[in-house]
Design a protein around this ligand. Structure first.
Ligand code: ADP
Ligand code: MG
Length: 482
């Protein structure tokens, strides 16, 4: 670990390249289904297998999603883009080249804002994913000297989103990555699952003496599969580079692999330059012309994005904190929207969602959509509270039953007799009973121990199992003790 004083001598520069798998039904250039978790090599037409003489056909839905993502990232969509071949040999890429975009990508000049800071997006381009190697020893494969190839993933559409080197700390890089994930998820183009690899991040990082204008040589870190791993890998790499430079060494441009178990990066290969790939225009695909009408048509399908949702929730009276919490859990935010559409009070709804419901979901490792709670049932519960039929506390007591069994609040309230007692006469009688049976406390109260007020109210609430209207109870306790 490099100490803080030494760290303060350097400025850190970070740029991220993020690959997002697009959620189209079929692959980018072939009719095979774009699905995860299928029988190995079952989604492999001759095009995906890279058989000689086959021709790629561009999937229009990929372009639609590319445009939508670009607009969500505040990018320009140039009137023309094209595809290029990027040559490299890899066992899970049978063609011997990847169809990608090089100097004319589908999206350019975008940005996203994180905590008031703008992070530039240089470009975002479309390309095909490679297959997967499954090494012996992994996934329950016996032995140790062979690897299997699964080409189901080959040809999955990817959008590679390249940021400007605008981030200055691992925390900023994480915040950018999280916002990016939320944006593509809300836009509906990618499911944003880092663990399953539907979103993957390569982090470029360099250091330079504080105040310098000239960036240092960057290392590229691969194999990062969670947000916390991103932060850890960058922290490690900062220390490694500082120690290297302080010892008189030099950072070399290379690709390093992060190992989240040993918590260190290891050199994988020296970094190839663009010319090593011998890019050239893909002769089997026409350049793509994207009319302004096409862009506008796609724009008109844009769902509400995270920052717009946060703002709308705050306008409804949620705190900034609550708005952030809800938006960061997309399933819950979409659920919340349905509850709001049914006319529920936003603050009460958010308290249930971020409180009891979130605790339950965490404990049971599930999403709100996999529970039996419906927006209609939550909205009904909230209206019972608003109308004073039940207290907020009773609501908290029954919400979990609603989540696990799908029972309506009104049904539970009737069955268990939980409705609030608001009848003034009945409450007055109960208060009198409590006062009469606690003469010592009454005496103490009259001698100045006024904080016993809460005691009497509490006794009545206990007696009624929380069902008495607390305001009414309070009123009568005060009256009797006068
Ligand atoms: P390559 O494909 O060779 O990695 P790209 O242009 O696709 O190149 O990506 C370069 C990434 O590295 C960008 O995200 C950019 O912001 C970042 N980057 C460039 N220079 C530096 C640097 N000196 N330090 C940190 N990051 C850098
Ligand atoms: Mg790179």
């Amino acid at each position: 670990m490099v100490d803080q004083e030494l760290r303060d001598k350097y400025e850190v520069v970070i740029g991220l390249e993020v690959h997002a798998q697009l959620k189209t039904k079929t692959k980018i250039f072939a009719p095979d289904k774009n699905e995860f978790g299928q029988e190995p090599n079952s989604l492999t037409s001759p095009i995906t297998l890279g058989m000689p003489g086959v021709l790629p056909v561009l999937n229009k839905e990929v372009v639609n999603m590319g445009i939508l993502a670009g607009l969500a990232l505040n990018c320009e969509i140039p009137a023309r883009c094209k595809f290029d071949r990027k040559q490299y040999f890899y066992p899970d890429l049978p063609k011997g080249y990847q169809i990608s975009q090089y100097d004319e990508p589908i999206c350019i000049n975008g940005h996203i804002d994180i905590n008031g800071k703008r992070i530039g997006i240089t470009r975002a381009h479309l390309e095909e994913d490679a297959g997967k190697l499954v090494h012996a020893g992994a996934n329950g494969l016996a032995g140790s000297i062979y690897s299997l190839v699964d080409l189901n993933r080959a040809g999955t559409p990817l959008l590679e989103i390249v940021s400007e080197p605008d981030m200055r700390s691992p925390q900023e890089a994480r915040a950018y990555m999280e916002e990016l994930r939320d944006i593509v998820r809300y836009a509906g183009v990618c499911d944003g699952n880092l663990e399953e690899g539907s979103m993957r991040c390569d982090a470029n990082i360099s250091i330079m003496p504080k105040g310098s204008k000239e960036f240092g040589t960057r290392a590229e870190i691969k194999n990062i599969n969670s947000f916390s791993a991103l932060e850890r890998a960058l922290e490690y790499e900062i220390d490694r580079q500082i120690e290297l430079v302080e010892d008189g060494g030099e950072v070399v441009q290379e690709t390093r692999l992060w190992n989240d178990d040993t918590r260190e990066t290891k050199s994988m290969r020296s970094k190839e330059d663009a010319n090593d790939y011998r890019y050239f225009p893909e002769p089997d695909l026409m350049p793509l012309e994207i009319s302004r009408e096409w862009v506008e048509k796609v724009r008109s399908t844009m769902p509400e994005l995270p920052n717009q949702k946060r703002q709308r929730y705050q306008e409804l009276g949620l705190s900034e904190y609550d708005a952030n919490v809800v938006v960061s859990q997309m399933e819950q935010a979409l659920f919340f929207d349905k509850v709001l559409e049914l006319g529920a009070n936003p603050k009460t709804a958010v308290n249930f969602l971020t409180g009891e419901i979130t605790a339950y979901l965490k404990e049971n490792h599930c999403e709100i959509n996999n529970t039996k709670l419906t927006p209609e049932n939550l909205a009904e519960l909230i209206s019972l509270i608003e109308k004073g039929t039940i207290s907020n506390n009773i609501g908290k007591q029954i919400i979990i039953e609603m989540v696990t069994d799908g029972t309506k609040a009104s049904v539970i309230v009737d069955k268990k007799g939980l409705s609030q007692i608001s009848d003034e006469g009945a409450i007055k009688d109960m208060v009198r009973k409590i006062i009469d049976s606690h003469p010592n406390e009454v005496e103490a109260y009259k001698n100045g121990k006024t904080n016993l007020l809460g005691f009497f109210v509490g006794q009545v609430m206990k007696e009624t199992k929380g069902r008495a209207n607390p305001q009414t109870v309070n009123k009568f306790v005060r009256e009797f003790l006068k």
